[in-house]
Ligand binder design. Structure first.
Ligand SMILES: Nc1ncnc2c1ncn2[C@@H]1O[C@H](COP(=O)(O)OP(=O)(O)O)[C@@H](O)[C@H]1O
Ligand SMILES: [Mg+2]
Length: 260
């Protein structure tokens, strides 16, 4: 494997919260690579360390030990403006609860990350229109979050995550607050963006349906990698991949009900 293909390298990552009797070892030494253009799913029971892992990569949390290397650069040591730059430009983050600002329109929410870097909405208009068309939110660009459906809000949040052309998009349970119809629409869109723009996406999900869109899935249990599944994109349908995912979920913690 060529090192150029590896967009992200995580090496022996650990994260411990608290100390003494209150200590929780959320990540116990996790090592994996993400290739450019991969759509990686992260699954595992509640409390297994998925959000901690994503937030370490997003630099919202400082790891206890280990390395996180994005495009050859160790980001664990980033501070000040370098850290702000990394967060703003190289990472796009999609949250379960959308996290849109209610008093800003969709367009203003989408361009918020750009304004932090001194780029105006006018300069970004072409990119906004392109993303809006792709995510089917052109009609709501001038509306406020209160005037949109949950599905539309999450697609606006996806546009905000993508507007600065980040190297990697991190999504934490992006379908968690959506009904099944809107989950499918979001996954179809994320999948298209992954394929058409070759955008690398790392997505935490509880939902085997959402996970079946991924090209690879890492299962985490108690802060360790427990299993990995790879989809044979050319030969395996999402339906067949779904069946394999559900089979692993059944092994994890004694049944999929535990994971859901
Ligand atoms: N800020 C925190 N302080 C203390 N413990 C935490 C904190 N955040 C998460 N944890 C603990 O770390 C473990 C992993 O949590 P988390 O990464 O949120 O799991 P997941 O996203 O898989 O549900 C859990 O035991 C959780 O209670
Ligand atoms: Mg979580």
């Amino acid at each position: 494997m060529d090192t150029f293909d590896r967009i992200l390298q995580v090496e022996e990552l650990t994260k411990t919260y608290g100390r003494g009797d209150n200590k929780t070892e959320a990540l116990k030494g996790i090592t994996f690579d993400v290739l450019e253009g991969e759509f990686l799913g992260i699954m595992g029971a509640s409390g297994s360390g998925k959000t901690t892992l994503l937030n370490c990569i997003a630099t919202m949390l400082r790891p206890t030990s280990g390395k996180i290397i994005l495009k050859g650069q160790d980001i664990s040591g980033f501070k000040g403006s370098k850290l702000a730059d990394y967060r703003g430009k190289e990472i796009g983050y999609l949250f379960q609860e959308f996290e849109l600002l209610d008093n800003l329109t969709a367009r203003e929410n989408i361009t918020l990350p750009l304004s932090l870097h001194g780029i105006t909405a006018r300069e970004a208009e072409k990119d906004i229109q392109e993303l809006a068309a792709m995510l089917d939110i052109t009609g709501v660009l001038d509306k406020f979050p209160g005037q949109m459906s949950g599905g539309q809000k999450q697609r606006v949040a996806a546009a905000r995550a993508l507007i600065s052309s980040p190297d990697i998009v991190l999504a934490d349970e992006p379908t968690g607050a959506l009904d099944s119809k809107n989950s499918k629409i979001l996954m179809d869109k994320l999948s298209a963006i992954n394929k058409i723009q070759n955008k690398t996406i790392m997505m935490v999900t509880h939902d085997a349906n959402a996970a079946s869109y991924c090209s690879r899935i890492m299962f985490i249990q108690d802060g360790c990698i427990f299993h990995e599944l790879r989809r044979n994109i050319k030969k395996e349908s999402t339906a067949d991949f779904y069946d394999r995912i559900v089979a692993v979920m059944a092994q994890l913690g004694g049944g999929s009900a535990n994971v859901l």
